[in-house]
Design a protein around this ligand. Structure first.
Ligand code: ADP
Length: 458
């Protein structure tokens, strides 16, 4: 049997403090794999522990298969949990660790057949007589999974089960978890702060920020139509480019979004989504450009939906199958405070570190830097607000200001490895305006229109 799990307007505070989970509503279908994703401390584990019955619910309702389960004992919920730290008994063999919950549930029954079947499923038959100290991290986590699976629970709750493992093992076990839970068809709620893990595992992903649900949708939906700037920035590698802009909508001219010294000219005739931007005339907005919506190409190659800007090459990151190019365009990046930095700061090029002499590149950087990056955010549970000055210690921008090292570039573009670029080169960039995101100063998406339902096959 597999369970439907619903949370209706659920809230939780610890010690009469602020709410760590605030009005959370989620419906998880039987057999679904739902990932709770968000930065550390946003309340993911608390949600999981409330579903397991390890934490009381202050307000709202937890429904298991439609029945209010707020007051059910943990043991009566028929739910198995897998933790980050494996939680195996050190004095028991793998066999006894897997069989332990079965013996508790039914002391009269022989756990051996289920233990053997589970071990076969997980490929750990030859580890059954070993103690946890004789197992590698990955093996321990398999045994911990085995202990959860052998119970034949109606739901799995997994709290960052892979985060203590190295990257290679994490990828392998990720694939195994995905295959196993699908084969078993058991509802799974999986907590992680790793967006790549969330995107690869989840049927749906629920993004939390400060205890508040930001968006829930399939991995494609949350990537292609993020509801707000936080979701846009949290999901996707490299992180989306977020630039401060101003909408210019003259009655007698083309509509543009100015990005500092450059501007994106919206193609005529305006599409429905761009027409709706007209009411933002004169207002500050945040422009979101994923690294794949900008390409390096001449004006002659521009499609009708593309606008031309120019960028100075700051740094080239070779990734093997692709290259990430960091450009300075003279625009002002927006910063989302909980996400430590707009993107990791690359080291300034050696030549500049040595010379320290102002050139054209420095002057362009100076212009961008003088209109400092404005963080996006505010009270975590409330609306997102664009502020002009970053909190002193909240961002890498502040850090870089203190250390005297400026962030190189304000725009990252993904391109193929065959493109030859060098530092200081001025390059034409074509921006696909059909795939542009615009967020208002509170961080809510206004383009594509917030009413646009995910219809991603168009
Ligand atoms: P996450 O799993 O997203 O990292 P948690 O749910 O563990 O976040 O914690 C959410 C917030 O609640 C954090 O600020 C954390 O410090 C706080 N918290 C968690 N458990 C307790 C507790 N038992 N007592 C007091 N505060 C707690």
């Amino acid at each position: 049997m597999t369970r439907a799990i619903s949370l209706h307007d659920v809230s939780k505070s610890y010690m009469r403090g602020t709410r760590v989970v605030d009005g959370l509503s989620l419906d998880i279908a039987p057999g679904e794999f739902l990932v709770l994703l968000g930065p550390s401390g946003c309340g993911k584990s608390t949600v999981l522990r409330m579903i397991a019955g390890l934490e009381d619910i202050d307000a709202g309702e937890l429904l298991l298969d439609g029945e209010c389960a707020n007051d059910w004992q943990p043991a009566g919920r028929d739910i198995a949990m897998v933790f980050q730290n494996f939680a195996l008994y050190p004095s028991m063999t793998s066999r006894d660790n897997i069989g332990f919950p079965l013996r508790i549930e039914d002391p009269g029954a022989d756990p051996a057949p289920r233990v053997t079947a589970t071990a076969r499923m997980l490929g750990v038959e030859d580890l059954l007589d070993r103690y946890p100290s004789q197992l590698s991290g990955g093996e321990r986590q398999r045994i911990a999974m085995g202990r959860a699976i052998a119970r034949h629970p109606s739901a799995f709750l997994m709290d960052e089960p892979l985060s203590n493992l190295d990257a290679k093992l994490r990828n392998r076990l990720r694939a195994e978890i995905s295959q196993l839970t699908r084969e078993l068809g058991i509802t799974t709620v999986y907590v992680t702060h790793d967006q790549a893990e969330a995107m690869s595992l989840g049927d749906r992903v629920a993004v939390l920020r400060g205890g508040v649900l930001q968006q829930v949708g399939t991995p494609r939906e949350v990537y292609a139509l993020p509801r707000n700037v936080f979701v846009a920035a949290f999901i996707g590698i490299p992180r989306i480019n977020l630039l401060q802009g101003v909408v210019r909508a003259p009655l007698d001219g083309a509509m543009t979004i100015s990005l500092g010294k450059q501007a994106l000219r919206l193609p005529e005739p305006l599409c429905q989504d761009h027409r709706l931007l007209r009411v933002q005339q004169g207002r500050e907005v945040i422009v979101g450009l994923r690294s794949e919506v900008v390409r390096i190409a001449d004006r002659d190659a521009a499609r009708p939906s593309e606008a031309l800007i120019t960028g100075l090459v700051e740094h080239v990151e070779f990734q093997g199958h692709e290259v990430l190019v960091h450009f300075t365009t003279g625009s002002r990046p927006a910063v989302v405070p909980e996400l430590e930095a707009p993107r990791p700061a690359a080291r300034p090029p050696r030549r500049l570190r040595r010379q320290g002499q102002p050139g054209m590149l420095d002057r362009l950087r100076e212009r961008a830097g003088s209109r400092r990056a404005g963080p996006v955010g505010g009270p975590v549970a409330g609306p997102v607000v664009v502020m002009e000055q970053p909190p002193q210690d909240a961002t890498a921008e502040a850090e870089s200001a203190r250390s005297g090292v400026r962030l190189p570039g304000d725009l990252v573009v993904r391109t193929t490895p065959d493109v030859r670029l060098y530092h200081g080169m001025q390059v034409p960039l074509l921006v696909d305006l059909q795939r542009l995101f615009v967020f208002d100063r509170h961080g809510d998406r206004i383009c594509p229109s917030p009413d646009r339902l995910p219809d991603l096959d168009e």
